[in-house]
Design a protein around this ligand. Structure first.
Ligand code: ADP
Length: 499
């Protein structure tokens, strides 16, 4: 391989980024970022303009190449990691979207989901797709567009429309409208894809009135998919890696073995655990998802998320004014030896797995006259670790796999106090890598593997390098006392709002 670079396109919820990865030096040498508009037409509705996403993505890609002073011929491959579940429906003939992209956060199809539940389709959907019935996933969003955009249904019947998650949309644009595909990880987030047969599920497509002709072909997460169109992009580069952002991050963390898990500590937390080649069904409303498909290797993951993690730190910073910057939380938390019995349950938007109570609300418990500001700050950080632990505990139960270590990334993983407390509570080693841009790295890994830049995953494992290891130090009695206090605090926050 005589080419020196890989480009990752990290198309996120609030911005599109292009990252230039130096193959020989094994590091990131350039990065460009372009935010785009968040459109909120009504409470609970969230949209993006697909053309703005595409134009921004193309712009940062060109800019990162130009700034590095390299030529298109030096680029071995493009890898894509994208915000998941967000969908676009566009016209096959004009190439124009018929509606804005409906974003994963958008709740507009909650009533369609209620109907699916009333029709007792929950178990079937879970069995086939590994997902819980929720407006979060793409299927009902496509259905909504067909039902609500004038003439869409008829056009779909006449095979004039195409649907796809953001990876599909970008690949279609990058190839000058020649290739309509998605990868298995993205397909597994649509609620239309059977994760066992690895095919679009005709029965589910029918329930949601979506013609199969609209759906993209499903391709491996790694391997040559197509070439970019020179007249659009400026060069002919192979696209050889695609995955949803959280799966890309699992891959970028080199979680290649069964039982290997990662937690991304951002606004919320995203926890994924590699469960191997059999899709375990969760008894605790975790999601079963495709981790990657490479050639004939299919790997599954269990996934759980914490709604409010870093956002809790934003809350104590911006609404409570207890700190000026997120990073200060560590300094303040370490000024006291514990929280003095205080627990903060950040159930701002209800609680997800394993409680699943949308009527839970935030609470601070155990306050006494001696409670200080530092205790509250410490309790806020600890709440992130407790919530992650809640999910990892049920993951262990569902999978029957004992967690041996946890790899971490995301903004709040920079907080050493939080990472040490997490190691203490889980009683396992926590490993933070040097490169915490794991989403972009995962896309680069998939793309590089797909072009033979690297021969195997084992080769990539060797490149994963540790920044810091946090080993557990806490006595088991203290750990149990603290965790049972957390459970008690959570129990007080449940069912607070009236339905
Ligand atoms: P996202 O991708 O979800 O926007 P990031 O991975 O950029 O999130 O992380 C940002 C979040 O992490 C913010 O909510 C911020 O409050 C929190 N955060 C960042 N640095 C720290 C820190 N040192 N300690 C605690 N929280 C932090």
């Amino acid at each position: 391989m005589d080419k020196d670079y890989i480009i990752s396109l990290d198309q996120g919820t609030t911005s599109s980024r292009a990252i230039l990865f130096d193959i020989k030096k094994k590091c990131i040498i350039g990065m460009k970022n372009k935010p785009f508009a968040q459109i909120y037409p009504k409470p609970g509705y969230v949209e993006h303009n697909p053309e703005e996403i595409w134009e921004g993505q193309l712009e940062v890609m060109k800019a990162v190449i130009e700034e590095a002073g390299i030529s298109y011929d030096d680029i071995a491959s493009i890898g894509i990691a994208n915000q998941r579940e967000t969908v676009v429906v566009w016209d096959r003939n004009t190439g124009k979207p018929i509606y804005n992209a409906i974003v994963w956060q958008c709740r507009r199809t909650a009533d369609i989901c209620e109907r699916l539940k009333k029709e007792r389709l929950e178990d079937i959907i879970k069995e086939k797709t590994g997902l819980v019935v929720d407006a979060y996933f793409s299927g009902t969003k496509i259905q909504w567009i067909l039902d609500n955009v004038g003439g869409a249904k008829e056009k779909a019947q006449r095979n004039e429309l195409m649907a796809g998650t953001i990876d599909s949309w970008l690949i279609w644009k990058l190839t000058g409208g020649k290739v309509h595909v998605t990868d298995y990880t993205n397909a597994s987030r649509t609620m239309l894809f059977n994760i066992k047969s690895l095919k679009w599920d005709e029965e589910l497509l029918e329930y949601m009135n979506i013609p199969i002709s609209m759906m993209p072909s499903v391709v491996s997460s790694s391997g040559r998919i197509a070439y970019t169109d020179e007249s659009v992009v400026g060069g002919k580069i192979p696209i050889s890696g695609v995955a949803g952002d959280q799966q890309a991050s699992l891959f970028g963390q080199a979680c290649f073995d069964v039982g290997c898990a990662k937690n991304t500590y951002g606004t919320g937390c995203f926890i994924l655990m590699n469960i191997g080649d059999k899709p375990v069904s969760s008894k605790n409303n975790l999601i079963t998802t495709i981790a990657w498909v490479i050639g004939d290797e299919v790997k599954y993951a269990l996934e759980g998320s914490v709604f409010n993690a870093g956002s809790t730190i934003q809350w104590i910073r911006d609404e409570m004014g207890l700190i000026k910057a997120s990073a200060e939380s560590r300094i303040e938390a370490e000024k006291v030896k514990d929280t003095n019995g205080v627990y903060l349950v950040p159930a701002f938007t209800g609680l997800g797995a394993p409680y699943w109570d949308m009527y839970a609300r935030g609470a601070v418990l155990g306050i006494t006259r001696g409670t200080k500001r530092e205790h509250l700050i410490r309790a806020a950080l600890e709440s992130i670790a407790y919530q992650s632990m809640d999910i990892l505990e049920v993951m262990k139960l569902d999978s029957g796999i004992d967690l041996k270590e946890l790899k971490v990334d995301g903004g709040a993983s920079a907080n050493d106090f939080l990472m040490q407390f997490q190691a203490d509570m889980l009683n396992i080693n926590i490993k933070r890598p040097i490169i915490t841009e794991t989403t972009a790295l995962g896309a680069a890994y998939l793309a590089g593997l797909g072009e033979g830049v690297w021969k195997s995953k084992e080769e990539l494992s060797k490149d994963w390098s540790l920044d810091k290891l946090f080993a557990p130090k806490m006595e088991s009695r203290e750990r149990e006392e603290k965790y049972s206090g957390w459970k008690k605090a959570v129990s007080k926050s449940l069912a607070w709002e009236e339905p």
